[in-house]
Design a protein around this ligand. Sequence first.
Ligand code: AMP
Length: 450
Amino acid sequence: MQATTTPASGGFDNLNLIGPIRRAVREEKYSLPTPIQIQAIPHLLEGRDLLGCAQTGTGKTAAFALPILQRLAENKKTAKPKSMRALVLTPTRELAVQISDSFRTYGRYLKINHAVVYGGVKYNAQIRALSRGLDIVVATPGRLLDLFEQGHLRMSDIDVMVLDEADRMLDMGFLPDIRKIFSAIPEERQTMLFSATLPEEIVKIATRFLRDPVRVTVSPPASTVDKIDQRVLFVDRENKYELLESVLQDESLYRVLIFARTKHGSNRIVQKLSKIKVRAVALHGNKSQAARLDALKKFRDGKVRVLVATDIASRGLDVEGITHVINYELPNEPESYVHRIGRTARAGTKGIAISFCDAGERGFLRDIERVIKRTVPVNVDHAFHSPAVAASNKRPSGDGKNGKKRWSDRKGKTGQRSGGSKFSANRGKRAPGKSGENKAGVPRRFSRSR
Ligand code: AMP
């Protein structure tokens, strides 16, 4: 596999993109391409296969969407009924919708049609859209295969294939479906695989689906974005919820994504938070698709302050202005940590990731630190700090001298604030967001203009 060494420099004008795409990008106010875009787009425009790895929130979607749009626009073929010319596979429905929205945005000055295909909703609209033939389909694998096996779509005309969140798509859960899909598409095609994390064993599997690929890695695999301020809080299991309440008393936690391990656990947190008047919604796989999309919309639109989710929200979701990610429970897969915290500090903004760690999660923390190749600083300065858990992690046991992070303005058992904010990423600075701020310096609304 060839690795790239020569990034093009300059703006989008140097990337050989056609006028209608440059215009759409300009209107999105993207002044410069991101490193993954600089490195991937020229190879993709040449038709090369590519394995791309870049940190979360650094513009991977445009890195594949722009060259795909260009390839399809330059080769003016009409898709046959039930066929598609490009297929993008993603692990979650929400991500499929988001990517489809990006194709709409970037392709708005082109005559390219696209549709999104995912489970949990009725078949009719998707079957109707497919029957005409489409330039681009963004799909989750299960529903795509379902429709394929029912004869509602053909994959024999696919010219470009993308696996987004490639390591998830090639893990044991999805791999059987992915194999079936690859066996149904033409050998002669362009294939692109993208992710923020690519364990070596997955790279080995990935190369089977690629032909003489270019490998683009713009930062070490699994590195966490430097702009994310990471902290771990040691706590006894039975005190976790109280710790969450006390952390949320800090209003600088303005738009908060909380990850819980289970669907039931997410619901329980939402119910408890609603009792203390914290506006929260849950997002997990037991909800109907309409409820899932509604929860995400409320969170995007700022109607709720907190979204409590399982790992279905960990990958790819791009919600502007998430100030904090809280790992109420640590994930047992270290890569999930990288993706979860990557929901904040997107597109050059700052963010804070707070992880609660109890005695049973020490091993998870160790695995995470091994994968991210750094030690997550400990915050001992909270009312529920557990010296026992800290000591068993070989970390400061509560003398407040860990040196790295010490927030001495928090007092009392419930963590009432006596002054500034310990959990604020942008203390004294403007909070992220494009659309105005209130007096406290926090954005009034963060909704994306889609
Ligand atoms: P992604 O990693 O594709 O989810 O993108 C993360 C965020 O970066 C999205 O909100 C994009 O709209 C934004 N973005 C992508 N490319 C650029 C760029 N070249 N300049 C500024 N923002 C960008």
